[in-house]
Design a protein around this ligand. Structure first.
Ligand code: SF4
Length: 712
C-alpha cells in the first residue's frame, strides 16, 4: 500500500478525519472500495470506470484520493447543478477537513459570463428596442460595475432564455479574442486564468468537449492540462461528445449572424455598406431554406444518407442551399470592404467564411464514417457527427510516456484569446503546483495520466460495455459498487397484468386510471415518467381533469425543472402531519435522471412503457446498422441495453436514502411476458415483486402507515 492509499484509507475509516468532522459520516464499504480503486488509478495512471449505485457516496470516494494526491485535476459533471454543488459545498468542506492548501476554481461555458464588449454594443441592437429591454440593460450595466466574476448566475431576474442573454454574452463565433478592446478586463479570460492557476478545476462535459474540439482544430486549448481527470455523471459523455465533435449548420446561426452584422454595421460603419439589404437577403434565404424542408408537426429528424435529406424536394432544397451560400458570399464582400475599420468586422468575416464552408460540406454527400441528419422545427439544424466518441476519446486517454515533473502543466495553455506571457508567468510563480508531489510523495506516477469515470448507471451488466465501448475505454479497469440500500425491504416492483399493450389507444387512459387509484390512497407522492411527450400530455390532461381532493397535478413544461422539483419536495400526501397538499408530477425526457427527492415526498414511480429508443432516430439507426454489419444483433446489443439503462435511471428516482420506501410500477407487461423482460428486470435493483393488483393496493396502504419496510 503506498502513502496515498494509506492516507485515503485512514481518512475514510471510522476513526478518520471525516468521521471526526463531518456530521453523520459513517464508513461505507462500497465507498471505501471505490476510493481505494481511485487512489490506485491516480497513483499509477490509467483508466478506471466505476458504476456506483445510489447512496454509495461516490463524490467523496473520488474527491478524497484526488485531493489528497495533490495532483492538478479536472472534475467534470454533466449538469451545472452538480458543478455548483461540488464547488460550493463538497470540495470546500473536504479541503477544510483535510487541511489542504488547495486552490479550486469553477469554470463554466462562455455563455455563462458577461461579455463587456457586447454589453457595450447591446443598446444599438434591434432587440434593445423591445419593451423592458432598456431597463433590463441598465440593470446589467449597473451589475457589471460591481461583479468580480461576471457570472450571469449572480444576476437575478434575467432568464437564460431571454432574448437579451445572447446580446450580453459571447460565443466562440462572435468573441474577438485578443483583438477585443475589453480583452484585459474580460470575464471569460479572467475565469480561465483563474482556472489555470488552480489545483482543481470544476468544469462540465460541454466545456470539456468544446476544449477537445478546438484542440483538434489545432487552434487553441481552453483548459489546463492535468494529471487527473474525473468525469462524474459519465453516462452522458457519449451523447454530449457526439454533439460537440460533429459539424453543424443551422438557420439560428444565420439569424444570429444577421443580428450581429446589423448591430455592428449600423453602429461602426453606417452608410458605407448597405447592411440592411445584405442582412435582409441572408434572412430571406434562411427562411426559404426552412420552407424547403417541408411542413412538419412539432420537431422531427429527417434521415440523410444520400445526396439530400429524406422527404425534401431535391431541386427546391439545392436551390435554397445555393441561395444561402450566395447571400453569405455577398455579405462576405460587404464585410471585406470595412474589415480594416474594427476587429468586429474581421471576426464577422471569419464567421461568415466558416458558415460558407459548412454550407459547402452539407451540399456534398455525407461522410460514410458518420451519420448525417436534419432537425426540423421552427428552425433547421443540419448535423453530421461521428457515431460515438470512441476514436477521439481513446486517443486522448491513451497512456502517455513518462514526462519530467512540470512538463504537463507548463504546456497547458489557452489559445488566441489569452495572453500566453501572463499565464506562463502566473503559473511559474505559483508555488501551489509543487503541492502535489510533496503530499503524495515520490511514489505518485508522474507522467501517467489518470482518468476516472463514474455514475450511478453505466450499463446493465458487469462489463459495463454500454458505456466503455462507445467511449473507447475497452481496456479500462471496470468496477461496480452496489448500492447500500436494502431494496428487497424498501421497494417493490409491480407490472400491472391487466393493462393493454403500449401502442393501444387505450393505454395512456388506463395508466392515468391506475395513477388516480393510487393517488386516492397516497394523496400525492407520485412521479409519472413517460417515454413520449404525447403520452405525458395525455396522462397529464386526464389527471388534471379527474384529480379530486388535495392533490396538485404538475406537468413538465409548466415551470422550470428546478421549480417543479422544489414544489414536489414540499408536497405532502394523505397522513401528512403538516397537512400539506400532495403532488403528482407527470414528466418525460430530462426527469428520468437527476430528479432527486429523498424522503416520503416520493413513494411511487410509474413508468408508462419500456424506454426503447425511438424508431426513426437517425443516430440510433446508424448505430444499429453498424452493429448489424459487425455481425451482432441490433436489438440485443443496442436497443435492449439502451432500454435497460434508461429503465434503471427512471427506477433510480424511487429510493434515495436508507429510510425511503416505495413502489415502482412499469405499465408495460412485455416486462413479464417477453423473454428479454428478464434481462431488463435483472438490470434493476433486487426489489420484491407484487404479483397482482390487490398486492399493489395493499403495498400502497402500507406506505401510508409509516411502516419501516414493505412486507409481503
Ligand atoms: S474577449 Fe470576447 S468575451 Fe471577452 S469581452 Fe471581448 S468579445 Fe467579450
Amino acid at each position: 500500500m503506498n502513502l496515498l492509499d494509506q492516507r485515503v484509507a485512514e481518512t475514510l475509516s471510522s476513526t478518520g478525519l471525516l468521521a471526526q468532522s463531518v456530521p453523520g459520516f459513517q464508513p461505507r464499504q462500497g465507498q471505501t472500495d471505490m476510493a481505494m480503486a481511485v487512489s490506485r488509478t491516480v497513483h499509477d495512471g490509467g483508466q478506471l470506470v466505476v458504476e456506483a449505485g445510489t447512496g454509495t457516496g461516490k463524490t467523496y470516494a473520488y474527491l478524497v484520493p484526488v485531493l489528497l494526491s495533490g495532483q492538478r485535476a479536472l472534475v467534470s459533471t454533466a449538469t451545472k447543478a452538480l458543478q455548483d454543488q461540488l464547488f460550493s459545498r463538497d470540495i470546500p468542506r473536504l479541503v477544510e477537513v483535510l487541511g489542504l492548501p488547495i486552490r479550486v476554481a469553477l469554470l463554466k461555458g462562455r455563455s455563462n459570463y458577461l461579455c463587456l464588449h457586447r454589453m457595450e454594443q447591446a443598446r444599438h441592437s434591434p432587440e434593445s428596442a423591445q419593451p423592458g429591454a432598456q431597463k433590463a440593460l441598465a440593470k446589467i450595466e449597473t451589475w457589471a460595475q460591481s461583479t468580480r466574476t461576471g457570472d450571469m448566475a449572480e444576476l437575478t431576474g434575467l432568464d437564460e432564455r431571454s432574448s437579451l442573454w445572447p446580446l450580453v454574452t459571447s460565443t466562440r463565433d462572435n468573441c474577438l479574442g485578443s483583438s477585443c478592446p475589453r480583452y484585459r478586463a474580460c470575464h471569460v479570460n479572467l475565469a480561465r486564468k483563474e482556472a489555470m492557476a488552480s489545483d482543481v478545476v470544476v468544469i462540465n462535459h460541454h466545456l470539456f468537449f468544446a476544449d477537445l474540439a478546438v484542440r483538434e482544430s489545432g487552434v487553441a486549448e481552453l483548459l489546463p492540462t492535468v494529471r487527473v481527470t474525473v468525469f462524474d455523471e459519465a453516462h452522458q459523455l457519449n451523447e454530449i461528445g457526439v454533439n460537440f465533435l460533429g459539424k453543424q449548420l443551422s438557420t439560428v446561426q444565420l439569424h444570429e449572424l444577421v443580428r450581429d452584422v446589423l448591430a455592428t454595421g449600423l453602429q461602426l460603419a453606417r452608410g458605407l455598406v448597405d447592411w440592411q439589404a445584405l442582412s435582409a437577403g441572408l434572412e430571406k434565404s434562411a427562411r426559404d431554406w426552412r420552407l424547403a424542408a417541408g411542413m412538419h408537426r412539432g420537431s422531427v429528424r429527417l434521415r440523410w444518407s444520400g445526396q439530400h435529406p429524406e422527404g425534401v424536394e431535391p431541386g427546391e432544397w439545392d436551390a435554397a442551399l445555393q441561395a444561402v451560400t450566395q447571400a453569405l458570399a455577398e455579405l462576405q464582400t460587404g464585410l471585406d470592404m470595412v474589415s480594416e475599420l474594427a476587429p468586429d468586422f474581421q471576426r464577422l468575416g471569419d464567421r461568415t467564411r466558416e458558415l460558407m464552408q459548412r454550407a459547402a460540406l452539407f451540399a456534398d454527400t455525407p461522410n460514410p464514417e458518420g451519420v448525417r441528419w436534419v432537425e426540423v422545427s421552427a428552425q433547421l439544424r443540419l448535423i453530421e457527427s461521428p457515431l460515438d466518441i470512441a476514436q477521439a476519446f481513446s486517443a486522448l486517454t491513451r497512456p502517455v510516456a513518462a514526462a519530467p515533473p512540470g512538463d504537463a502543466d507548463s504546456g497547458a495553455l489557452l489559445g488566441p484569446d489569452v495572453d500566453p506571457d501572463s499565464l506562463e508567468a502566473l503559473m511559474a510563480a505559483d508555488p501551489r503546483h509543487a503541492v502535489g508531489d510533496a503530499l503524495a510523495g515520490p511514489a505518485v506516477g508522474v507522467g501517467h495520466r489518470a482518468w476516472i469515470f463514474t455514475s450511478a448507471t453505466l450499463g446493465d451488466e458487469p462489463s459495463l460495455r454500454w458505456f466503455t465501448e462507445p467511449c473507447g475505454l475497452s481496456s479500462a479497469e471496470v468496477m461496480q459498487v452496489d448500492s447500500p440500500f436494502d431494496y428487497a425491504q424498501q421497494a417493490a416492483l409491480y407490472v400491472p397484468p391487466h393493462l393493454p399493450r403500449p401502442g393501444d389507444p387505450a393505454h395512456a387512459r388506463q395508466v392515468a386510471a391506475l395513477v388516480l387509484e393510487a393517488l386516492a390512497i397516497l394523496g400525492g407522492r407520485t412521479l409519472v415518467l413517460t417515454t413520449t411527450l404525447n403520452a405525458m400530455r395525455s396522462i397529464g390532461d386526464q389527471l388534471q381533469s379527474q384529480c379530486e381532493g388535495d392533490v396538485e397535478v404538475l406537468v413538465q413544461g409548466q415551470s422550470p425543472k428546478r421549480r417543479l422539483m422544489e414544489r414536489f419536495r414540499e408536497g405532502g400526501g394523505l397522513g401528512d402531519a403538516h397537512g400539506r397538499m400532495g403532488c403528482v408530477l407527470v414528466a418525460s425526457a430530462s426527469f428520468w435522471e437527476g430528479f432527486d427527492v429523498p424522503g416520503d415526498a416520493l413513494q411511487l414511480v410509474v413508468i408508462d412503457k419500456l424506454p426503447f429508443p425511438p424508431p426513426g432516430d437517425p443516430l440510433f439507426e446508424a448505430r444499429s446498422q453498424r452493429i448489424t454489419q459487425q455481425g451482432k444483433s441490433a436489438f440485443a446489443d443496442h436497443a435492449l441495453p439502451e432500454a435497460a439503462v434508461s429503465l434503471k435511471q427512471g427506477a433510480g428516482r424511487l429510493i434515495r436514502s436508507e429510510t425511503d420506501r416505495g413502489i415502482l410500477v412499469v405499465c408495460d407487461n412485455r416486462l413479464s411476458t417477453m423473454s428479454y423482460g428478464r434481462r431488463l428486470v435483472r438490470g434493476l435493483p433486487d426489489m420484491r415483486r407484487l404479483e397482482d393488483h390487490a398486492a399493489f393496493l395493499d403495498a400502497l396502504r402500507q406506505l401510508t402507515t409509516g411502516a419501516s419496510h414493505l412486507s409481503a
